[in-house]
Design a protein around this ligand. Structure first.
Ligand code: ZN
Length: 186
């Protein structure tokens, strides 16, 4: 019974997130539905990271709702509780800042995040490295893709120790990504 409650709570977050992201697409050539990304992040946490914590899994499904949709912190708190609201806030960039500053702050803030937020941030970077390598934004030249990989490495350096299995996967994908981009250049 308890397990079904957890499944229902995760599905509630998934339904909410899918509704919020319904008009968004990823930037790859196929313009995949945006929701594929938060689903992948939550799935990586559950399968690779062996995470069973409900707040972390709901937070993963919801992690881009505040940054990329009209979702408010109050809405998240009313539906999912204060802990989920806090973890989503922790992984949300301040969109009032210029992009370069937001990227710098991600590197600076990473070591100070809560354990839940570190897990989500790490799985997010695993998903993004995979996308930038295999299904990159259509208009990104190689140099931009390489710079992106380098930047994620700096963020992930601040997340060390939170999940050895996810870190291993991240470093493997980073290495494969660099090799793939190198051979695309050749
Ligand atoms: Zn994300």
């Amino acid at each position: 019974m308890e397990e079904l409650k957890v499944v229902a709570d995760i599905l509630k977050a998934l339904h909410f997130s899918a509704t919020k992201h319904r008009d968004q697409r990823r930037k790859d050539v196929e313009a995949s539905p945006y929701i594929n990304h938060p689903i992948e992040v939550a799935e990586l946490l559950a399968r690779v990271g062996d995470i069973r914590d409900l707040i972390t899994l709901q937070g993963a499904v919801l992690h881009d709702t505040m940054e990329d949709t009209e979702t408010t912190p109050e809405e998240l708190e009313a539906l999912f509780g204060v802990d989920v609201r806090r973890v989503v806030e922790e992984v949300t960039d301040d969109k009032r800042l210029p992009k370069a500053e937001r990227k710098r702050l991600q590197i600076e803030h990473a070591p100070h995040l809560s354990a839940c937020a570190k897990h989500i941030k790490l799985a997010d970077k695993v998903s993004n490295v995979r996308s930038v390598t295999q299904t990159p934004p259509a208009d990104w030249p190689l140099t931009r893709r390489l710079e992106y990989l380098n930047w994620t490495e700096q963020v992930v350096a601040g997340l060390q120790g939170c999940s050895p299995s996810l870190e291993r996967l991240y470093h493997q994908l980073l290495k494969e990504g660099r090799q793939a981009l190198d051979s695309e250049r050749a």
